[in-house]
Design a binder for this molecule. Structure first.
Ligand code: NAP
Ligand code: G4F
Length: 342
């Protein structure tokens, strides 16, 4: 059975990728961070299903602890490493620039060094990002487009992207960069804009929230479904030669369009509930992202399966179920709503 090692297994992509690999028959090892509260909620169903047979094994580690990463790689000797861990929130990266940069850069080089010294046959996937492009024009962006990072997060991703290429070219290591445009799901973190919107719309619809406060409504993103994108990550690792590939839908929508589509699903008018606040604007904005995934389509046979409208619907419907459960708990006095004004 092939063995995969995933950093960031507790995140959105970590959940979808480990599910995908486990269903393919992989043994999956993942790193989790020690935390004072549980941080494994996304992967609990996978733990219940796969850990008894030792197909899913979790290890305490941190991207800043290179010795623990190296010990794990030498003990597990995986076939494939997927480096998904990151402080992945762009706005937070302006407040925590050193931590974001350390996590985004040191982890990738520590993993690549482990591969170089322990076993050069181990394949390496780096989670690169469309944020690296900067988004100052309305052009379609591909693997050939220049990088122009606009946040500490994006700058750290450029470093990790470049060091992956450097190890590939210098040491003949199978290192790939997946340049992924925004991808979302019901498992998306709740402070990213799509999930913030679908959580609020659902709570407003069941009467337990009164407004939705956002930042820049004009920013435009190429939004796909995370479940589609993890298949692309795996396909990159199965390609004959390592390379860089863009995964994107080829459609860009503004935050305002996402908001309107989400409210339409619950038959409400967004203008009755949405307000903006300076608090959610960033010191520097990526205005427009639109990706060209032709190379991945031609070389990997990958293509996005979920449309923008389907994505919004999947997320709103899932969050409606959550909101209904919250509504019951509020009525029973077991939960206090804290989300208005957040
Ligand atoms: P996510 O939900 O924020 O998950 C991030 C993961 O990284 C979590 O498991 C988190 O652990 C872990 N982590 C954070 N800091 C760490 C550290 N110092 N050491 C070890 N683990 C750490 O992100 P995602 O949406 O799944 O994205 C996965 C990767 O793809 C990230 O690298 C992201 O930057 C990149 N990316 C995402 C998108 C997108 O649209 N989703 C697009 C392009 C690239 P905790 O659970 O303990 O916090
Ligand atoms: O959902 P966001 O926070 O995602 P962002 O900044 O595009 O980054 C995500 O995608 C990247 C790929 O391009 C990943 F690399 C990264 O890790 C992350 O997953 O914000 C999207 C847009 C921004 O322009 C932001 O200014 O939405 C705008 N926005 C407007 N109001 C808001 C809000 N964003 C957030 N998080 N919260 C708001 O209230």
């Amino acid at each position: 059975m092939p063995i995969a090692f995933i950093t960031g297994i507790t995140g959105q992509d970590g959940y979808y990728l480990s599910k995908f690999l486990l269903e393919k028959g992989y043994v999956v090892h993942g790193t989790i961070r020690r935390s004072s509260t549980f941080n494994t909620s996304r992967i609990e169903p996978l733990i219940a299903k796969y850990s008894k047979e030792d197909n899913l094994i979790l290890h305490y580690s941190d991207l800043l602890d290179s010795s623990s990463l190296s010990t794990l790689i030498s003990t597990i000797n995986p076939d494939e490493i997927y480096n998904l861990a990151a402080q992945s929130h762009v706005a937070v990266s302006f407040n925590n620039p050193v931590f974001t940069t350390q996590t985004g850069t040191l982890g990738s080089i520590a993993l690549l060094e482990s591969i170089r010294s322990l076993n050069k046959k181990i394949k390496f996937y780096q989670a690169s990002s469309s944020e690296m492009f900067g988004g100052k024009s309305n052009e379609m962006l591909s693997e050939a487009s220049p990088f122009d990072p606009r946040s500490p997060y994006a700058a750290s991703k450029v470093f990790a992207h470049n060091i992956t290429k450097i190890y590939r070219d210098s040491y003949d290591i199978f290192g790939v960069n997946g340049i992924l445009f925004n991808h979302e799901s019901p498992h998306r973190g709740e402070t990213f804009v799509t999930r913030k919107i679908t959580r609020a719309v659902s709570r407003i619809s069941v009467g337990i929230q009164s407004k939705l406060t956002l930042g820049n409504l004009d920013a435009s993103r190429d939004w796909g479904f995370a479940g589609d994108y993890v298949e692309g990550m795996w396909l990159m690792m199965q390609h004959e030669n390592p390379d860089d590939w863009v995964l994107a839908t080829g459609e860009s929508h503004t935050v305002k369009e996402f908001v309107e589509e989400a409210f339409k699903i619950v038959n409400l008018n967004s203008s009755d509930y949405v307000e903006t606040s300076e608090k959610y604007f960033r010191p520097n904005e990526v205005d427009f992202l639109l990706g060209d995934s032709q190379k991945a389509q031609n070389e990997l046979g990958w293509k996005p399966k979920t449309s923008f409208k389907e994505l919004v619907k999947i997320m709103v419907e899932s969050d409606l179920e959550l909101a209904k459960r919250e509504s019951v708990l509020i009525k029973e006095g077991l939960l206090s709503p804290t989300w208005d004004n957040s």
